[in-house]
Design a protein around this ligand. Structure first.
Ligand code: NAD
Length: 339
């Protein structure tokens, strides 16, 4: 039986993670959940937002379904998400944005995936102030882009496209201005693309990409880009399909893969029982795809899409005034996937 590290997380996390677990089990997938703490729940329990036991569990199981974590403010804690990325070399952040019928959005034909390099670029964390007499007169940040990092993310994007039947990879860059960092990324993209003759390849400058995405998102299929651009472009793409409550992401690495909702712990609605569990359930779908449990993944995704389209058993963020809560929505999904 597959053992998976399960992190319920903070705020709305435990409720939506519970919903995801119930739906995955209802689809007939046999999983042994290895429940571990992280975030504020871990700070409260052992004064450490990322206990060694949690790291050891992910290291052993290599798969993790993670609820959103509240980032402790102050106290000198490192971001748990950044630590996990570094610890498990989670170099690829994969975020599909596929329109949900029944949602009130400008476009109904969005069907794209952002593949973001997750460990390098401007987020390498190499920055400092330059001070004069204790007064900050400048700040400098160094973007690190390595040949190895570019090759593995571009190859990941092409392999992903091939594996999932997608037809085109668009490399998003700013090589006209950032001639070294973005230039190297583009150069390596162009080197690798001919190895995948069945996949169309093009490139676009990031600012033009933003405009094209909000004018004609149907023109995009798989987008591969560096860390900062990917952070922004993938949120833009999530907005195109109705926001964070519907979007999931996978963090794929050499040593482990961690699946999560894109949104945070939503402290404003924590314990109200109204959190939308879909993003967390879609994170579960991505995990099942990664595990090769394709029938269960399709069954769950279909049930989610049907429920959203019908609009009867959905939480108030999707239908204002709805009295359906997290558990009732999960109950309906469990009923459908186990039918
Ligand atoms: P958030 O995503 O938690 O909430 C933003 C808004 O969206 C809120 O109004 C919230 O109620 C709503 N929302 C979010 N998820 C929802 C859902 N499933 N159903 C219905 N409504 C939902 O962002 P925030 O308020 O900026 O952050 C809260 C905490 O979460 C912070 O501590 C932040 O650092 C953390 N965070 C964690 C992650 C993660 O662990 N991956 C990601 C983002 C933010």
């Amino acid at each position: 039986m597959q053992k998976i590290t399960l992190i319920p997380g903070d705020g709305i996390g435990p409720a939506i993670v519970d919903a995801a677990v119930r739906v995955i089990e209802a689809a007939g997938v046999k999983v042994e959940w290895d429940k571990q703490l992280a975030g504020m729940a871990a700070v409260d329990a052992c004064n450490n937002p990322l206990p060694d036991a949690t790291l050891a569990s992910i290291r052993a199981n290599r798969l993790c379904l993670k609820g959103p974590l509240t980032t402790p403010v102050g106290g000198g804690y490192r971001s748990v998400n950044v630590t996990l990325r570094q610890e498990f070399k989670l170099y690829a952040n994969v975020r599909p944005a596929i329109s949900f019928e029944g949602t009130d959005t400008a476009f109904s034909n969005v069907n794209l995936v952002t593949v973001r390099e997750n460990t390098e670029g401007l987020y390498a964390g190499i920055e400092h102030f330059i001070t004069e007499d204790g007064y900050k007169i400048a700040a400098e940040s160094v973007a690190v882009v390595t040949r190895k990092g570019c090759e593995r993310i571009v190859e990941y994007a092409f392999d992903y496209a091939k594996r999932t039947g997608r037809k085109k990879v668009t490399l998003v860059h700013k090589a006209n201005i950032l001639k070294c960092t973005s230039g190297l990324f583009l150069e390596i993209g162009r080197e690798i693309a001919p190895r995948y003759p069945d996949i169309e390849f093009n490139d676009v400058i990031v600012d033009a990409c933003a405009m094209k995405l909000v004018m004609n998102p149907g023109a995009f299929d798989v987008m591969v880009t560096t860390n900062l651009f990917g952070d922004i472009i993938s949120d833009l793409a999530s907005g195109l399909i109705g926001g964070l409550g519907l979007t999931a992401g996978a963090n794929i690495g050499a040593d482990a893969a961690i699946f999560e909702a894109v949104h945070g712990s939503a402290p404003d609605i924590a314990h109200m029982g109204i959190a939308n569990p879909i993003a967390m359930i879609m994170a579960g779908v991505m995990m099942l795809e990664h595990m090769g449990e394709l029938d269960a993944a399709r069954k769950i995704e279909q049930a989610v899409r049907d429920v959203v389209r019908e609009g009867t058993h959905v939480t108030p963020d999707l239908k204002p005034g709805s009295a359906v809560g997290t558990q009732a929505m999960a109950d309906e999904l469990v009923r459908r996937v186990s039918a």
